[in-house]
Design a binder for this molecule. Sequence first.
Ligand SMILES: CC(C)(COP(=O)(O)OP(=O)(O)OC[C@H]1O[C@@H](n2cnc3c(N)ncnc32)[C@H](O)[C@@H]1OP(=O)(O)O)[C@@H](O)C(=O)NCCC(=O)NCCS
Length: 165
Amino acid sequence: MVNIRNIEKSETKQVAHLEDMCFPENERASLKTIAYRVSQAPELQLGLFAPTEHTTTLIGHLMATRTSSESVTVDSMSKHEPKGKNVAIHSLSVHPAHRGRGYAKQLIKELQFRCETTVSPKPRIMTLLAHKPLISLYEEVGFKLIGESACKFGGDTWYDMVYEI
Ligand SMILES: CC(C)(COP(=O)(O)OP(=O)(O)OC[C@H]1O[C@@H](n2cnc3c(N)ncnc32)[C@H](O)[C@@H]1OP(=O)(O)O)[C@@H](O)C(=O)NCCC(=O)NCCS
């Protein structure tokens, strides 16, 4: 049975390792950025853990920050604005050996639930950048497609998506 909880400071290297496994170099978050997010916005960093014989292993994560922007910008990726009205999702990763079991959707739903119930102050919207093939994944968990993003992070074409809380 997998378990979702906030990522702890001591787990940032595991998160970086999973990022390396899941993203090309131009899209992955550095150890420094991960450590920043965990220290500044711990309530918005979720890890998905699977039980192993003596411990649990990180097999998925979702990282976000608060932002005053209505869409994800490169700036928001390494900057947490504690008073920002919105939440920007920056990374969603599931270990290749554990994909296709609904874990990505579980992570997003958990953050949506927390933003609706415990994250304070309650955010107004959640926003993310999607590659075209993943638009339907996010639509399945209630995000709406806004259109092609002005953000060209990593030199790629992205689509702005928004979830109203
Ligand atoms: C994208 C990713 C997080 C999906 O994880 P996952 O746990 O396999 O996703 P889920 O099992 O929750 O799948 C949810 C839906 O999305 C679809 N989906 C998942 N990955 C997909 C992909 N690469 N292309 C198209 N559709 C995909 C699934 O088919 C599923 O659809 P269904 O509900 O109709 O069956 C995982 O493939 C990954 O880590 N990829 C590399 C990093 C990445 O691209 N992250 C997203 C951008 S930040």
